[in-house]
Design a binder for this molecule. Structure first.
Ligand SMILES: Cc1cc2nc3c(=O)[nH]c(=O)nc-3n(C[C@H](O)[C@H](O)[C@H](O)COP(=O)(O)O)c2cc1C
Length: 276
């Protein structure tokens, strides 16, 4: 079995597609199959020019209608980094990252174009928020792929949205510009590990969306994952008790029993978006 096949099997279980020769003979898909997030970095710096080059590559990603509604803020100043950490305590691992960036959605520029050209902006509805968010997400993923391709490690940080308003103020983001996620970047100090994924039977559909066998598939995934990569503790045990077989579905259900970012909608509205 090739390394790529091994990685895919570990992630998805037995239901992995057969790999064609063109996939097998290419380094990038194999690296993608084995990718993982990194939260522990060597102290070695990442050359600022390299970070800018990776930003350029990230912004080569496609963009809805060529609107280019995403920007990147590189946190270069140590004081800014420290302030960001203060805003989101409990993420001290981020301290070890030699570089940190914030990906943001920017629908402001589009509105400015309309203003400058004295043309009505006729799309003040939720799609603008959505399109800018998707553009920023794609740029984030593309940045990661480029960085990982040269051995850098990254971890996105949506925890910055726990305090979206404070982060936005810290970074001087105006109306219609908001943070999507941070990105910790550096040379990995540890190997890390491939994280397992739901089976393709649950997540890839043909011709129409289907939930056939969904709960069995998820239970099987729970068991497979509990065997190979058990959770180190049972979340919310004081509230939900301890169960014998604790799997991904238990963990995610328990995670979302606690309200998270309930004020995010209000923040986005305050940024000037009409979410209807
Ligand atoms: C949009 C986004 C936000 C994330 N936010 C955080 C975060 O705030 N803190 C964190 O430790 N990991 C964060 N992650 C990393 C995920 O936890 C990680 O991708 C997931 O556990 C799967 O692991 P893998 O990336 O190694 O495959 C985020 C990932 C994404 C895509």
């Amino acid at each position: 079995m090739t390394e790529m096949e091994e990685a895919l099997k570990l992630r998805f279980g037995d239901d992995v597609p057969e790999l064609t020769e063109d996939l097998s003979n290419s380094d990038f898909p194999a690296a993608l199959a084995a990718r993982r997030s990194h939260r522990d970095f060597k102290p070695d710096p990442v050359d600022p020019e390299l970070v800018r080059a990776l930003c350029a590559l990230a912004l080569c990603a496609p963009s809805k209608s060529d609107l280019q509604q995403r920007d990147i803020v590189i946190l270069d100043n140590a004081g800014q980094r420290a302030k960001l950490l203060e805003i989101i305590p409990g993420n001290s691992w981020m301290d070890t990252a030699p570089a940190f960036l914030v990906f943001c959605a920017n629908n402001r520029r589009q509105r400015q174009l309309s203003e400058w050209r004295e043309i009505p902006f006729a799309n003040d509805h939720i799609d603008t928020f959505f399109n800018a968010s998707v553009d920023a997400g794609i740029a984030l993923a593309t940045f990661m792929m480029a960085a990982e391709a040269i051995g850098l490690g990254c971890c996105p940080v949506s925890a910055i949205r726990n305090e979206a308003e404070k982060v936005s103020d810290l970074l001087n983001m105006p109306a219609h510009v908001f943070p999507i996620a941070g990105l910790a970047l550096g040379w990995p100090a540890k190997e890390g590990r491939i994280s397992m994924r739901l089976p393709l039977a649950a997540t890839v559909h043909t011709d129409h969306f289907s939930e056939n066998g969904i709960s069995e598939n998820i239970r099987a995934y729970d068991r497979r994952r509990a065997e190979a990569q058990p959770f180190s503790y049972q979340r919310g045990a004081d509230r939900f008790g301890e169960v014998e077989e604790y799997g991904w579905s238990d963990d995610k259900a328990r995670q979302y029993a606690v309200p998270e970012r309930v004020d995010f909608g209000a923040f986005i509205r305050a940024k000037g978006f009409n979410l209807s």
